[in-house]
Design a binder for this molecule. Structure first.
Ligand SMILES: Nc1ncnc2c1ncn2[C@@H]1O[C@H](COP(=O)(O)OP(=O)(O)OP(=O)(O)O)[C@@H](O)[C@H]1O
Length: 448
């Protein structure tokens, strides 16, 4: 198909010359750019069918962010133009990130000629019927991302209890480590409850600022404060006749807990700036990865609120405590991600299964889900082998990082805080004196 045009961006002239020679027989136009700065003009000047984009420009900071930046620029200018990323082996994480952000595929340097040509031709061919890779939301994930209970006796018991209490209006407290599926369980309870016709309303109590707490939960009337330009209902009213899910309840500052308790007890709220009490009919589900009885003992959580929200307590075990569920869960994620990334269905090798079963999964199901997603993206074969799962034990990592720059110091502190707080994000943020959002940003930055 010598009717296709390829644009190659790489700041290594030797690489560009080699690729010119290699690709000439397969493409009508092979244009090479040693700097991405002229990319926007080139994109406008010709009809391109594929771009091969280097991710590691040596002239820059070499963090790969420049590569991602140019990927976004190409996608902004030509949303349907396939971009194949060219990346060093050490930067596979970056390539995975690029695929999630819309790249068609990636090739690792040093490259295999045959494979590079195949990848580029396939991408160029798919130019008009570009794969749409997007992260499905909870709503459109459908049955495939329904909660998987697993076979372990402890989860079967949890399932029985859940099915018993879901149709009642009893307040439920869900506890479990970070990433064990607390929100997922809350959604499952709502899905099989009598309130399922209405949408469940979620509030992350760790993310609500103290100043906006009342307005966010109870609403406000026009003029109640400077920015209150109109009457606005809060989350309690939004959840009327439905389920209100209060996530990270253990992070609610002590002085605000009394206000929440009053609303729960009275089953009514008063909007900020008003005197009128509005009745609300809600089913309350709370979740936390903190030890509430311990917080109560330390006078950090109100005992009366604890008893009020804890009518039924559902504890989700850590993934490492139910190893028999690891492989079946991984297989479900494989099926989902192969479909999402338009790859043929792959299976786990025996070695990979052993590796997954042995890993401690301090980040629980979320960590497993991410590990599978990454393995599916980088897989070139019909099976996922153990090497595709680059699993790091955060505890070990903390002592191994040599500290030479401020950034490394910061990363090391985060990793150590993870260890002492056993992966509890809110506790890590509190220990480091930063907000959860800042912590998320830093985790993203350091690939934690
Ligand atoms: N039983 C399950 N079956 C399938 N997927 C699951 C299951 N439990 C959790 N997941 C997936 O794992 C990820 C983490 O789940 P979720 O957000 O519910 O955890 P969480 O305990 O609320 O996390 P956090 O403590 O950070 O708030 C989600 O992407 C979810 O889809």
């Amino acid at each position: 198909m010598k009717n296709r045009n390829i644009l190659i961006v790489d700041d290594n002239r030797g690489v560009l010359t080699a690729l010119q020679l290699l690709l000439k027989p397969y493409f009508r136009i092979v244009r090479t750019l040693s700097s991405p700065t002229t990319l926007p003009a080139e994109l406008r000047g010709e009809e391109w069918h594929v771009v091969l984009l280097d991710m590691n420009f040596t002239a820059s900071l070499n963090t790969g962010n420049e590569g991602l930046y140019w990927l976004h620029e190409i996608k902004r200018q030509c949303p349907d133009l396939p971009v194949v990323l060219f990346t060093a082996y050490a930067d596979i994480d970056l390539a995975v990130k690029g695929i999630k952000e819309g790249a068609a595929d990636f090739v690792v340097k040093p490259w295999d000629n045959r494979k590079l040509v195949d990848t580029l031709l396939t991408a160029a061919q798919g130019c008009s019927k570009e794969k749409k890779v997007s992260s499905p939301s909870y709503a459109d994930k459908g049955g495939e991302t329904r909660m998987y209970w697993g076979e372990s006796p402890v989860m079967q018991q949890l399932r029985m209890l859940t099915e018993k209490v879901a149709p009642t209006d009893a307040n439920i407290l869900i506890t479990g480590e970070n990433g064990t599926g607390k929100e997922m369980l809350a959604r499952e309870i709502h899905r099989i409850s009598l309130r399922r016709q209405q949408e469940m309303v979620c509030v992350d109590m760790g993310a609500v600022s103290e100043t906006l707490f009342e307005s966010e939960l109870f609403g406000h009337v026009k003029g109640a404060f400077t920015d209150a330009h109109a009457d606005r209902p809060g989350k309690f009213e939004a959840a009327h006749r439905s389920t209100l899910f209060l996530d990270e309840i253990g992070n609610l500052p002590y002085h605000l807990q009394a206000k929440l308790l009053t609303a729960i007890q009275r089953r009514s709220i008063v909007r900020v700036g008003s005197n009128t009490s509005i009745p609300v009919d809600i089913r309350l589900i709370c979740a936390t990865n903190r030890n509430l009885p311990e917080l109560v003992a330390r006078n950090e959580f109100r005992e009366d609120l604890f008893y009020r929200i804890n009518t039924i307590h559902l504890e989700i075990p850590a993934l490492r405590e139910r190893t028999e569920d690891i492989v079946p869960l991984a297989e479900r994620f494989i099926a989902r991600f192969c479909k999402q990334y338009d790859r043929p269905l792959v299976r786990l090798t025996d070695d990979a299964q052993v590796k997954l079963r042995r890993h401690p999964w301090y980040g629980n199901i979320r960590e497993l889900e991410h590990a599978v997603e990454k393995a599916v993206i980088i897989c070139d074969d019909t099976c996922l082998s153990a090497e595709l799962f680059q699993l790091s034990d955060r505890r070990q990592e903390a002592s191994e990082i040599p500290v030479s720059t401020l950034e490394e110091m910061e990363k090391k502190m985060i990793v150590q805080a993870f260890d002492t707080c056993r992966g509890n994000l809110s506790a890590v943020a509190a220990q480091l004196g930063i907000t959860r959002q800042t912590l998320y940003n830093k985790m993203k930055k350091y690939g934690l």
